[in-house]
Design a protein around this ligand. Structure first.
Ligand code: UD1
Length: 417
C-alpha cells in the first residue's frame, strides 16, 4: 500500500461531501443476512472493511456486487453458519455478524476475536445477551459456537455497559424471532438509529433506537429493500480537525449537525467558528488554536473516542496545554509516539494525555498504528512545516475512502506514493 505524503502549512478552502458512515454500514451489511432477497445499500463507502464484510457474506453463500457506492447483497441462499479465522482477523468488527447468522441459521460459529490495535476487544456482553435470547454456547479450540432451539426468544436484557456492537447484535438477532426483546442500557450512537431505520424499512418493529431502552418486537420475515446509509461523523470530525490545524475555511456537505455537537463545542472553545445551513457545516479556523479545558471521551452523545486522536493532533499546536481523558479503550494512545516524531509535546499516563501546545510541528516519516491514529498523523502533517510521510496506510483505508482526494480538493498538498 502506498505511503501518504503531505507538504504542510497550506490553508484548506472549499467544500466537500462527507462519505457514508463505516460504523453504520457494517452492521447494516451484517443485518442484510436476515433479508430473504436483495438488499440495496446506497451511499456505501468504498472501504477495505466493506470489502472484508462482502467476503464474509460470500463465504456464507450470499451474492454481493459493489459499484459506485452502491452495494447489492442477495442473501437468499445463505447456507454457512461459521466465519473462518482468516476472515475474522481481516475485520475486527466481524463479531457483528454473530446475531444475524444465529438468527437466520439457528447456529453460529466464530473464533475468539482476540486483541486489536486499541487493546483487548472482548465480546462477553454480546455472548451474554445472545444467551439471554435463547442461545446455548460452547467454547472449544478457540472457537465459540452458538445454537438455538426453535429460534430467538424475546427477553429483557440489561447491558452492564452500553456497548455499540452488543446493542447492534441484540437488535439484529431479535428483529426476526419470537416475542419482544427489551434492551436496557443500550448504546445511543446515531449508527444504531441508522441500523434500526434500515431494519424497520425492511419490516422490523424496533422502537426507541437512539435512547437507552430499545424495544424489538420480533417479526417473521424481512423484505428486500433499498436504503441509504447516514454520513460518517468521524470523517467529518477528521476534516474539522484538518481545517482547525491549518487555519482553514471549509464547508462539509451532507452532515447532520446535531450529531456533531460534542465535537463542534470543543473546537469552538479552541477558537473555531461554525455555521450550519441545511446539511452544510462551515468551519472557519483561527490563525492559532487555543487550548481547551479537559475533554473526556464518552459514549454518545459525549465526545467520541474515535475523534480523540484527531482532536489531540490539532491541539499539538494550540496556545497552551490541554488534557484528554480516554475512557472507552485501554490502548488508544499508540499513535502519540508517532506524533512526537513531528515535534508534538504530549505526555501520557494511563488514560490521560497532556498536550502542551508547541509553536510548530516539523514534517517527518511516521507510521499509522491504527485507523484514527493514522488519520491524526495526516492532520498533523497538514499543520507541520515541510514534508510528512505516513507509512502503514492500510489502517487509514479501513475508514476513509478518499482522504487524499478530499484533502487535495480543499487545497492540501497531499499525494500517495
Ligand atoms: C464501535 C465502533 C468503534 C468505536 C466504538 C465506541 C463500529 C464498527 N466500531 O466499536 O469505532 O470506537 O464503538 O464508540 O461501530 N466491551 C467489552 N465487552 C464487550 C463489548 C465491548 O468489554 O462485549 C468494551 C470494549 O472493549 C471497549 C468498550 O466496551 O472498551 C466499548 O466497546 P463497544 O462500544 O462495544 O465498541 P465497538 O462496538 O467494538
Amino acid at each position: 500500500m502506498p505511503d501518504i505524503i503531505v507538504e504542510g502549512k497550506n490553508k484548506l478552502n472549499g467544500k466537500i461531501k462527507v462519505q457514508g458512515s463505516k460504523n453504520a454500514v457494517l452492521p447494516i451489511i451484517a443485518a442484510s443476512i436476515l433479508i430473504d432477497g436483495k438488499t440495496v445499500i446506497n451511499n456505501c463507502p468504498d472501504l477495505s472493511d466493506v470489502k472484508a464484510s462482502m467476503k464474509i457474506l460470500e463465504y456464507l453463500g450470499a451474492k454481493c456486487f459493489y459499484k459506485n457506492n452502491c452495494l447489492i447483497i442477495d442473501a437468499s441462499n445463505i447456507k454457512g453458519c461459521s466465519i473462518p479465522e482468516k476472515l475474522m482477523r481481516e475485520m475486527r468488527s466481524s463479531s457483528l455478524f454473530l446475531g444475524a447468522i444465529l438468527s437466520r441459521m439457528e447456529m453460529a460459529v466464530i473464533c475468539s476475536p482476540g486483541g486489536c490495535e486499541l487493546g483487548p476487544r472482548p465480546i462477553d456482553l454480546h455472548i451474554k445477551a445472545l444467551k439471554e435470547l435463547g442461545a446455548e454456547t460452547k467454547e472449544q479450540n478457540g472457537n465459540i459456537s452458538f445454537k438455538l432451539n426453535g429460534g430467538i426468544i424475546g427477553n429483557n436484557i440489561h447491558l452492564s455497559f452500553p456497548s455499540v456492537g452488543a446493542t447492534e447484535n441484540v437488535i439484529i438477532a431479535a428483529a426476526l424471532g419470537n416475542g419482544t426483546t427489551t434492551l436496557n442500557n443500550a448504546a445511543k450512537e446515531p449508527e444504531i438509529v441508522d441500523l434500526a431505520n434500515f431494519l424497520n424499512k425492511a419490516g422490523a418493529r424496533i422502537k426507541g433506537a437512539g435512547s437507552d431502552r430499545v424495544v424489538i418486537e420480533g417479526v417473521k420475515r424481512l423484505n428486500p429493500i433499498e436504503y441509504s446509509v447516514c454520513f460518517d461523523r468521524i470523517v467529518a470530525a477528521t476534516y474539522i480537525s484538518a481545517a482547525a490545524i491549518c487555519g482553514g475555511d471549509i464547508v462539509l456537505n451532507g452532515v447532520n449537525i446535531g450529531q456533531l455537537s460534542s465535537v463542534v463545542s470543543v473546537y469552538e472553545e479552541a477558537g473555531c467558528l461554525f455555521s450550519a445551513k441545511n446539511k452544510d457545516l462551515r468551519i472557519i479556523a483561527p490563525k492559532k488554536l487555543k487550548s481547551v479545558s479537559t475533554v473526556r471521551s464518552l459514549t454518545y452523545p459525549g465526545f467520541p473516542t474515535d475523534a480523540g486522536p484527531l482532536l489531540i493532533s490539532s491541539l499539538t499546536v494550540a496556545k497552551g496545554t490541554s488534557i484528554f481523558v480516554e475512557n472507552i479503550f485501554e490502548n488508544r494512545f499508540r499513535y502519540i509516539d508517532e506524533l512526537k516524531r513531528l515535534g508534538a509535546s504530549i505526555k501520557t499516563e494511563g488514560k490521560v494525555a497532556v498536550i502542551e501546545g508547541v509553536s510548530r510541528l516539523c514534517g517527518a516519516k511516521c507510521y499509522a498504528t491504527d485507523l484514527r491514529g493514522g488519520a491524526a498523523l495526516v492532520v498533523a502533517g497538514l499543520g507541520a512545516e515541510g514534508v510528512t510521510q505516513i507509512g502503514k496506510t492500510c489502517y487509514i483505508k479501513r475508514g476513509y475512502e478518499n482522504i487524499v482526494k478530499d484533502l487535495s480538493s480543499l487545497g492540501a498538498k497531499i499525494k500517495e506514493a
